[in-house]
Design a binder for this molecule. Structure first.
Ligand code: SAM
Length: 285
């Protein structure tokens, strides 16, 4: 029997029928994210709020929907977007950007011709890859090196986040995070919304990618793999598997740049930890 809230129109599901094990295992299996039992209420509320949008009042009906074929895949993508954290900002963790700046400057100084490839691994709504692109663009212009190219591959598991990234509209509040030096790459759409110039946007290519399926990624080799604020959501075993997977995508001498708080220590054959203030980075020998 359906329950009704005292608002009259909202169907309340029977919360006792919410199967935490079933839902958390699905999330863990498909994207590797673990939601501990203490966060059951978070999981339940997020799922329920999506069910409300669809007018579904039974957890088992929604479960069947999510598990079912192409419609299920589309719905899964919507739900996943609500269950994952997309918090991000322009030039987040400055020291990692400084490290990339330093590496690219070495290329600009020492190579007449080069294609510098960067992978922003879980790029959320695009602030990270656009920050990298603005920075590299400015360095290249300053060095007047026309034959040094740069390109950024930006991926995430969340399609809605990627759509926002591709649309490239950011609020006035958001763009305040961008250093004045780079504001010249912004255009105002209206008094509250800004976008980024085509010259910068053209250097960034977005794509859906699930870190748990790292073996399915086509083998492109990168100079920089920038992986920040995503490994924290995985178990230790999965973190190691992902890091070993990422290593395969580095050019010789390429850098894997991580957020220092995302992992404890990691040792891997052929990877040397490099020291650069307040960063956590490894070079492929
Ligand atoms: C907190 S944001 C980090 C964004 C950006 N890297 C930064 O540091 O600001 C975490 C991102 O990881 C993505 N994510 C979660 N699980 C993932 C997976 N299995 N594969 C790829 N991306 C994933 C989420 O969709 C989210 O956009």
């Amino acid at each position: 029997m359906k329950n009704y809230s005292n608002e009259g129109l909202i169907f309340l599901p029977d919360f006792k029928l919410f199967d935490y094990e079933e839902w958390s295992q699905l999330l863990e299996k498909r994207v590797g994210i673990t939601i501990p039992k203490e966060r059951e209420l978070f999981l339940q509320t997020k799922i329920w709020s999506r069910m409300r949008e669809l007018g579904i009042s039974s957890f088992s009906e929604y479960w069947q929907m999510v598990k079912n074929g192409i419609t299920g895949n589309l719905e899964w993508s919507e739900l996943l977007d609500r269950l994952t954290v997309h918090e991000t900002s322009f030039f987040r963790h400055g020291p990692s950007f400084k490290l990339v700046e330093n590496d690219f400057n070495n290329i600009l100084e020492n190579k007449a011709k080069f294609h510098y490839k960067v992978w922003s691994v879980s790029c959320s709504t695009g602030e990270e890859p656009y920050s990298l692109a603005m920075m590299l663009h400015q360095l290249k212009i300053k060095a007047e090196k026309n034959n040094v190219y740069y390109g950024i591959t930006a991926t995430d598991v969340s399609k809605p986040a990627l759509m926002q990234a591709e649309n490239c509209f950011y609020s006035k509040e958001k763009v305040k995070e961008i250093d004045l030096n780079y504001r010249k790459y912004l255009t105002s759409v209206n008094s509250n919304i800004f976008t980024i110039d085509e010259t910068i946007k053209d250097r960034v290519a977005f794509g859906v990618f699930n870190l748990l399926k790292i073996e399915k990624m086509p083998t492109i080799k990168f100079d920089i793999i920038f992986c920040h604020n995503v490994l924290i959501y995985f178990s230790k075993g999965k973190k190691i598997k992902i890091l070993e997977g990422l290593k395969r995508f580095l050019k010789k001498g390429g850098l894997l740049v991580l957020n220092p708080t995302d992992i404890g220590s990691w040792k891997s054959q052929g990877m040397t930890r490099i020291t650069y203030k307040r960063t956590l980075a490894y070079k492929l020998d």
